[in-house]
Design a binder for this molecule. Structure first.
Ligand code: SME
Length: 204
């Protein structure tokens, strides 16, 4: 099967739970044999985004379409060059931020602060609180960062790497929708399983 066809949604799929199971299966197939996180996150963003657009029962095109799907990743995985100040001395960049990773959609903010004193927005909250955040109306969410004024609702899942008793949040999976209340608890359940699959499929 051509890789692009993994984002097709058969007409036999009619419910959200069937849809998310299908996307999970397709993603597992796509990621098989590859453990680099850049490669896997790039195809994960594309698969989720295009599958949502291909599922008109609940999402589809028009004013209910998904508007963005992608990742923000802890900055130590995406090393930034040292910044040299005017007086020639070298200072390290603030590492307390998430950097934009692979995504599908229009350009988005380059980084998101997650340091305790200036964390702001849905992605930062999902990252810091280590839990999925479902936002029915972004304009009513305190600190929401509007990368695109057309987005009306959003869901953000943390990518949690679990090793024994410890856990490390590697970043977040962020989805935006053009409609109010574009995502619900069924999407949250489906995306949480997909986030787990993505974490388990990569060497971080
Ligand atoms: N709205 C997000 C920022 C990322 S964009 O939606 C792609 C936030 O509040 O963290």
């Amino acid at each position: 099967m051509p890789h692009a066809d993994t984002s097709l949604v058969p007409s036999t799929i009619t419910s959200k739970s069937q849809f998310w199971d299908h996307v999970h299966t397709q993603l597992a197939l796509l990621l098989e044999g590859q453990r680099h996180w850049v490669t896997n996150l790039a195809n994960a963003a594309s698969l989720i985004y295009n599958s949502l657009l291909a599922f008109p029962v609940h999402f589809g095109s028009g004013d209910r379409a998904v508007n963005w799907c992608g990742f923000y990743i802890i900055s130590c995985l995406l090393p930034e060059p040292q910044f040299t100040s005017n007086n020639g001395s070298s200072v390290l960049q603030n590492k307390n931020r998430l950097l934009l990773g692979p995504f599908c959609g229009k350009p988005a903010c380059q980084f998101i602060n997650v340091a305790p004193d200036n964390a702001r927005g849905v992605c930062a909250d999902a990252f810091v609180q280590t839990k999925t955040i479902l936002v029915q109306e972004v304009d009513g969410y305190p600190g929401h960062i509007a990368c695109d004024g057309d987005t009306k609702s959003e869901i953000v899942c943390p990518l949690i790497l679990r090793t024994g008793d410890s856990q490390l949040v590697m970043g977040v999976l962020d989805l935006d929708c053009l409609a109010l209340s574009g995502f619900d608890e069924e999407d949250q359940a489906g995306l949480s399983k997909i986030a787990e699959l993505i974490v388990d499929s990569c060497d971080w």
